[in-house]
Design a protein around this ligand. Sequence first.
Ligand code: NAI
Ligand code: MG
Length: 353
Amino acid sequence: MPSAKIAVIEGDGIGKEVVPEGVKVVEAAARVFGIDLTWDHLDWGCDHHARLGRMMPENGLDRIAGHDAIFLGAIGWPTVSDVESLWTLLMPIRRNFQQYVNLRPVRLFDGVASPLARPGAIDFYIVRENNEGEYSEVGGRMFPDTDQEMVIQDTVLTRFGCDRVMKFAFELARKRKRRLTSATKSNGIIHTMPFWDERFRAVAGDFPDIATEQYHIDILTAHFVRRPSSFDVVVASNLFGDILSDLGPAVTGTIGIAPSANLNPERRFPSMFEPVHGSAPDIAGKNIANPIGQIWSGAMMLEHLGAKDAAGAIVAAIERVLASGENLTPDMGGNASTTALGQAIADAVSIHP
Ligand code: NAI
Ligand code: MG
């Protein structure tokens, strides 16, 4: 990957503060490894909505379909309903670009205090189905504002959709410790979740070398807290994966460091890289947000683009800066600013790649 063109959407709230740090560190790595990156900045989000009445231009997707990747901060601000901001910007990108895998690593770094007494080594991946499932547009409301008011929201699981995300998870497990956990709830949700389990068993047939297990989501959340070090790769539906991927990083100390990749594994469309966290209106504008989730997302982007060395250098720089105990933001118990932590990691990349 000698060159790549990246669409940058800072978005809202702390997105505007952490994305510049992410770009700074990715640029530092690109310089060291001789990669030529073009950053195409797009001012989409809730400010765009305030000015022009929509989160992105009508031809927004066409404008970024030809980019090599999308680097996104966070979307959402109290001036626009979360339903509108999510469904008219993030969801169209994830769905139209067939980013059906949402990949979220969970790692406990040296230097970050975990809320758990003795966490052991925590290092696993959550593979979240990202295109269908519980987050569906199927359903509706009848008899609004009457005593008979009723709502229905349907979960949509397809054989195609389950199989492709499960296959991705099995292949990832094959590159790691060869253990895959499936999140289910087939005792309570009696149509879609037994189907999920059925597809899991069927796909597992093609991967006899991978050890599998499945847990109902309720006890699985307990296992995440009690023995997080026992997981390798966890595959889950859209909703369960969303919940688990806030819990996982929380167990490692803060969601501020957690990255994610929305992947189109076939590479027919650009993939999108964004931190797990949202726009954090409660701390926005104070220069105290943790930029590591964004920076690590940048490393995942470089890896996806084929620049493994540059990606590795960024993760190593994060490790070194965290272990030093200096330049930590308040969510990690320090008092450094967003920009100071971002600069420290950029310097670490440039000085000892
Ligand atoms: P949030 O992730 O923005 O914040 C949750 C809590 O974590 C807050 O107390 C916040 O201060 C803290 N936090 C988050 N990121 C942090 C960081 N980098 N450093 C330090 N502390 C951090 O989730 P919340 O409050 O539920 O949502 C706020 C807005 O963000 C909403 O509009 C929501 O729809 C949107 N959102 C957007 C996402 C996206 O763009 N993918 C994902 C999740 C939420
Ligand atoms: Mg979430």
